[in-house]
Design a protein around this ligand. Structure first.
Ligand code: NDP
Length: 236
């Protein structure tokens, strides 16, 4: 099995894309630890289903996240998937909600990745789940969210230079509309999402997980500091 003997740590793995990533790594033989913030029931069910370990740790609370990553010991593959979507007119958005999104999407991605890299062995991998909206923003109301996802791109480029000499790669997976609780394929925004897509179908969490596993595998050892969009042509 491709990921036997690998330790995988997924930040935000209880639902949606994160849960699909947990399932795929566990099925490929990895030892998987994942965090969650609020969904204890879903986390417990996923842990029972996959044999992964579930840990409650708020990715938006810097010291809590750093402690969870540090306590896991050496991590071969670190996936930062936790994300919030705060959407709407920037003049009306609640500033505390925007700050919270920045804490979870940006600060957590940075401090979690840096901490994971501390003990990461050669050949390690860091995968960040960004968004195709960092490249193309066709709707109003996305500015704050896109700010967070664009920040991930700069972070990945910078850390690629810092970690490359240790043979550690870092890449951003950028999904487009993907059927999860955050963006349901039957939700009120769905028809607007499909409109700019070349392939007029919501992606699945498992498709995003497949790309993530490819980038974590040995065939991808030369790919770093790069963005990998999987969005049915949404941002094309
Ligand atoms: P969901 O809302 O369905 O799931 C989010 C996951 O992140 C949950 O497991 C949640 O756990 C976890 N999470 C959220 N906040 C925290 C936190 N503070 N600490 C720890 N875990 C947390 O989202 P998706 O699966 O749709 O999204 C996953 C990622 O993909 C996000 O980064 C999102 O921005 C990105 N993305 C999604 C797209 C889509 O169309 N679905 C499109 C483009 C990007 P809990 O419930 O326990 O809080």
């Amino acid at each position: 099995m491709e990921f036997a003997d690998r330790k995988v740590f997924v930040v935000g793995g209880s639902r949606g894309i994160g849960a699909a990533i947990v399932r795929r790594f566990a099925a490929a033989g990895a030892t998987v630890v994942f965090t969650y913030a609020a969904s204890a029931g879903a986390a417990d069910r996923l842990a029972a289903e996959t044999g992964a370990q579930a840990l409650q740790a708020d990715a938006g609370a810097r010291d809590e996240l750093i402690a969870a990553v540090r306590d896991a010991g050496p991590i071969d593959i670190f996936v930062y998937n936790a994300g919030l979507l705060v959407l709407g007119d920037p003049l009306a958005l609640d500033a505390d909600e925007v700050d919270r999104m920045i804490d979870v999407n940006v600060r957590g991605a940075y401090f979690g990745s840096v901490e994971a890299s501390r003990l990461m062995p050669e050949g390690g991998r860091i995968l960040i789940i960004g968004s195709d909206t960092a490249d193309s923003t066709p709707f109003p109301g996305l500015a704050a969210y896109v700010l967070t996802k664009a920040a991930m791109q700069g972070m990945a480029r910078g850390l690629a230079c810092d970690l490359g000499p240790r043979d550690i790669t870092i890449n951003v997976v950028q999904p487009g509309p993907t059927d999860t609780d955050m963006n349901p394929a039957n939700g009120p925004r769905a028809s607007g999402m499909l409109e700019p897509m070349a392939i007029k179908r919501y992606g699945t969490a498992d498709e995003v997980a497949s790309l993530t596993l490819y980038l974590a595998g040995t065939q991808a050892r030369g790919i770093t500091g790069a963005m990998h969009t999987i969005d049915g042509g949404f941002a094309a």
